[in-house]
Design a binder for this molecule. Structure first.
Ligand SMILES: Cc1ncc(COP(=O)(O)O)c(C=O)c1O
Length: 380
């Protein structure tokens, strides 16, 4: 055990890596209030502005009055309701898969799915920039694993070909800190030569990309068969909370029987489920949210060029402004904060040391003048 907590904490402070939570008074999307002051926020994953949607709030409160708040138990005891089943069916229909199960968070989903579907004789290959929950699921698994260089398809191909075991490839469809897209079409080509199980985490893409927000697998025509599984979260574009795993009937049933993070955790409250069902139905229909977001992305990219900044050429609603040095990034974030703009400095271990950045999350709730306001206040 590490007994020298105080010294370790001091070291983090010296390295500008000490992280603090900001105490928010209210707001969850583009406008938040801290200490009585209004801030324009670019730090929420509520990409379609759904968390403040009145219809969701109504669905939630109606369900709460009817069913109570907590689900009372884990899903295999008494925590599985008609609402849970309805949401599972809706997701399967939405994604064109055979079956779905609802987890209580995206972190639990990736950890639980990867651990339960892998065997000690398997090889797991993950992208260097995959989310921590994929990394942790892989670490929990008894399989051997390797990380391939970020979005480097020839490295993935080499690693697939040098393995004589069953392979599972896990990849984020939209990388959460760089904002770039996985090369799913090219991964699919490798898969045609030597099949493997492909697990795609659509956390940041669902709601935004693909027909009706069905995600990047849908946009890139990745066939949904027994060798493909999708994970996704409700806490981002859908504006609620929780997550799911979706795939073939057999693999979903197997995860249900074996995933410890599914079996040994209280299932999502029914009001959250009912609000999520409402959200998915709205997100599917209301294309204007995506269209507005795409306009904002183009507008943001123009400003990045105009100001000569480094956004790693992101084309998505996740726009990193890479600063590099930790202290400089904190200073910039603090100066924006003093001007009423909230964007925390993202540092190691979320990104590599020396790669600190302001991670800008664009939302359909933003307006072009918000982006102008941000760039005018960026003082290097
Ligand atoms: C790619 C990715 N997967 C999974 C998760 C975890 O989702 P949740 O917040 O529902 O635990 C996140 C959260 O940020 C994420 O970015």
């Amino acid at each position: 055990m590490n007994k020298n907590f105080e010294k370790k904490l001091q070291d983090l402070k010296k390295e500008n890596l000490f992280r603090q939570r900001v105490l928010k008074e209210s707001g969850s999307s583009s406008k938040i209030i801290i200490d009585g002051k209004k801030y324009l926020s670019f730090a929420s994953n509520d990409y379609l502005g759904m968390s403040n949607n009145y219809e969701l709030q109504e669905a939630l409160s109606e369900s709460c009055k009817k069913n109570g708040l907590g689900s009372g138990s884990s899903p295999l005891i008494s925590g599985y309701s008609e609402s849970h089943k309805e949401l599972e069916c809706l997701i399967s229909e939405f994604l064109g898969t055979q079956s779905t199960i609802i987890f209580s968070s995206g972190y639990q989903t990736n950890v639980g799915v990867i651990k339960s579907i892998s065997e000690s004789t398997d090889h797991i290959l993950i992208d260097k920039l995959d989310h921590a929950s994929i990394v942790d699921g892989t670490l929990f698994s008894k399989a051997k694993f390797k990380r391939y260089s970020h979005n480097n398809i020839s490295d993935l191909n080499e690693k697939v070909n040098e393995s004589d075991k069953d392979i599972i490839v896990c990849v984020d469809s939209l990388f959460s800190m760089d904002g770039d897209f996985a090369k799913l079409n090219e991964i699919q080509k490798i898969k045609k030569d030597k099949d493997f199980y492909l697990l795609v985490d659509e956390a940041h893409a669902l709601g935004v990309y693909g027909s009706g927000g069905r995600g990047l697998c849908n946009e890139m025509n990745i066939p949904m068969n027994e060798m493909v599984g999708i994970t996704g979260t409700f806490g981002k574009s859908f504006g609620t909370f929780g997550a799911f795993f979706s795939g073939s009937q057999d693999v979903v049933n197997f995860v249900l029987q074996n995933s410890r993070s599914y079996i040994y955790s209280t299932s999502l409250p029914r009001p959250i489920i009912d609000a999520t069902i409402k959200s998915i139905n709205i997100v599917m229909k209301e294309n204007w949210r995506r269209e507005k977001l795409f306009e904002l992305i183009e507008y943001f990219k123009k400003s990045v060029k105009q100001y000569g900044l480094n956004n790693l050429n992101s084309d998505s609603h996740v726009q990193p402004l890479v600063i590099g040095d930790e202290r400089e990034c904190i200073n910039l974030s603090e100066s924006l904060y003093n001007d009423g703009i909230f964007i925390p400095a993202i540092r190691y271990p979320t990104v590599e040391k020396g790669q600190s950045r302001l991670r800008i999350s664009l939302s359909s709730e933003h307006e072009k003048h918000h982006i102008d306001h941000l760039f005018k206040n960026l003082k290097f």
